[in-house]
Ligand binder design. Structure first.
Ligand SMILES: C=C(OP(=O)(O)O)C(=O)O
Ligand SMILES: [Mg+2]
Length: 573
């Protein structure tokens, strides 16, 4: 039976392939006493052996597709299985307590995990707790004879179907993955942002996809319109092949603008830059002809590392990006951990509201040793290109001043040590906290630039979680309240002779573009794969015609829909 499931269009494109369910199985079990302990130990040994064989396979594939460093985690898992202190303890538990292997494994691993997690002065050992948890899950799945998904082992074209994908799940998807569909999530959640940079069609927030699809069903992901079609008819396949072809043709047209500047029909130039998460994204930036990098999310450097990245590791990454951009501006944002981005080796307190909690600049100013290391790496790299630095989640002027002070101190130390650092690094801030946006006129006197982070600015202004599909109707980019804030930020910057950019997802939105051009936004930073589409639309728009559009949007319109209509009418004129 053909089923069409609606969701949120999270990444453009269309893909058709077999469904791969990345769903965590039920690993619950009941405690049982056993009379034949030897038979139980032998069942345990079989499960350990199967797990170990599987890990060898995964490690080898990961090494080939992701590199040595990413593969190391699986070696760590194999070491736990080979460690008699761990497996021997489980065997002993089966014998001593006459319990089933599942119960023994659970008890011993919980014991190890709590010991490791308790080593608060040894982050290396704390990380091992996560490894024990992972390995235990694998052995438990084999004991219970249930399927544990192994995305690293995917060896044919699939569409991944999952309840949710974390940024680190998304980073592990290999090239056989042609798209993904999830139950939860929103367009600006980080997995959706990563899908766009990987050019993977994606639909999120379907609510029920993991129930609607079975392993092996054929699914079409329509990332353009936000739909998933399960077991499509021949007619559906034909229709979507046509849509996919039109999309490919359109992309080929945009491709022609790769080496052109971003100008409007009346010859006004604006910068279209790209957002990146790692130096590996650089090629996409160059291939899509971006005029700079408007946001380098450095937290991914921390997330892909096994422990806090050293100054040297960071220096190398920043230098590579700056050199790769050959003098074009690169805006690096200091670490924005917290919210939906976690570091396994930096345990943060459980919070009721992580997006309103201990995150970003709040952590950096509190844990200054981490912040200073990052700033030193950046300062050293500044000699190799056109570096600009910005701080995330600034809510008060005091936070910006404090961050700037730390920067100035580190710079002075390096200069005193004779290290070469650039003398004109612009220091700016993300405009993503409404309190700061309201006071943009005051901030503009002290910063070199603003970069408007609409992903967060919208969620905080509308009080609607950016990743929660149940409130996605309130996540309204064109709501006059949001547009007023954006307009005020841009005008405040200009009054002080500063520039204003935008690096939230709205910067790459076709409906937003006429409004932003009308407000005079200077820089537009987006997923690299959106650059040419936006450049193409910009070419068709004239700032003269647009002059009054923003005023109407913030003064006459009342709703998000009013403004959508206003822009549609303008574009269809
Ligand atoms: C660009 C932004 O930052 P992030 O998506 O990383 O929170 C934003 O909030 O708009
Ligand atoms: Mg943000």
């Amino acid at each position: 039976m053909v089923k069409t499931i609606k969701g949120i269009a999270a990444s453009d494109g269309i893909a058709t392939a077999e469904a791969y369910l990345l769903v965590q199985p039920d690993l619950s079990f009941t405690k049982k006493s056993v009379s034949d302990a030897d038979a139980e130990v032998s069942r345990l040994k079989d499960a350990i052996k199967t797990s170990d064989d599987e890990l060898t396979k995964i490690r080898d594939i990961a090494k080939e597709s992701l590199g040595d460093e990413e593969a190391q985690v699986f070696d760590a898992h194999k070491m736990i299985l080979a460690d008699p202190e761990f497996t021997g303890a489980v065997e002993q538990e089966v014998k001593d307590q006459s319990v089933n292997a599942e119960q023994a494994l659970h008890d011993v691993s919980e014991n190890f995990i709590s010991i490791f997690e308790g080593m608060t002065d040894n982050p290396y050992m704390q990380e091992r707790a996560a490894d024990v948890r992972d390995v235990t899950k694998r052995v438990m799945a084999h004991l219970l004879d249930v399927n544990l998904p192994n995305p690293a082992l995917i060896d044919h074209d699939v569409v991944v179907v999952a309840h949710d994908l974390t940024p680190s799940d998304t980073a592990q998807l290999n090239s056989y993955v042609k798209g993904f569909i999830t139950d939860i999530g929103g367009r600006t959640a980080h997995s959706a942002i990563m899908a766009r940079s990987l050019e993977l069609p994606a639909v999120v927030g379907t609510d029920t996809i993991t129930k609607d699809v079975k392993e092996g069903d054929t699914v079409i992901v329509d990332g353009l319109n936000g739909a998933a079609i399960v077991n499509p008819s021949d007619e559906d396949v034909k229709h979507y092949n046509e849509l996919a072809k039109n999309f490919a043709d359109e992309k080929a047209e945009w491709e022609k603008l790769k080496n052109e500047a971003s100008v409007t029909a009346d010859g006004k130039h604006f910068d279209i830059a790209a957002n990146i998460g790692t130096p590996d994204d650089l090629q996409g930036v160059i291939d899509n002809g971006a005029e700079g990098i408007g946001l380098y999310r450095t937290e991914f450097l921390y997330m892909q590392s096994e422990s806090l990245p050293t100054e040297e590791d960071q220096f190398k990454a920043y230098k590579k990006v700056l050199e790769g951009m050959k003098g074009k501006p690169v805006v690096v944002r200091t670490m924005d951990i917290g919210g939906d981005k976690h570091l396994p080796y930096l345990p943060l307190p459980e919070e009721m509201n992580p997006f309103l909690g201990y995150r970003a600049i709040r952590i950096s100013l509190d844990r200054q040793e981490i912040f200073r290391t990052q700033l030193r790496a950046l300062l050293r790299a500044s000699a190799f290109g056109n570096l600009r630095i910005m701080f995330p989640m600034i809510g008060t002027l005091q936070e910006f001043r404090d961050a700037k002070k730390v920067f100035t101190e580190e710079k002075a130390k390096l200069v005193a040590d004779g290290v070469k650092v650039s003398d004109d690094i612009q220091l700016g801030m993300m405009m993503e906290v409404p309190a700061a946006a309201v006071l943009a006129d005051q901030f503009a006197k002290e910063v070199d630039f603003f970069s408007i982070g609409t992903n967060d600015l919208i969620q905080y202004t509308m009080a609607a979680d950016r990743g929660n599909e149940h409130v996605s109707y309130l996540y309204q980019p064109y709501n006059p309240s949001i547009l007023r804030l954006i307009k005020h930020v841009i005008e405040s910057a200009h009054k002080e002779g500063k520039w204003a950019g935008m690096c939230g997802e709205a910067a790459g939105d076709n409906t937003m573009l006429p409004l932003l051009l009308s407000m005079g936004l200077d820089e537009y930073s987006m997923s690299a794969t959106s650059v040419l589409r936006v450049r193409s639309l910009m070419k068709k728009l004239s700032t003269k015609d647009l002059a009054t559009l923003a005023d109407r949007a913030v003064n006459e319109s009342i709703t998000n829909e009013d403004n959508k209509k206003l822009v549609e009418e303008y574009l269809n004129k």
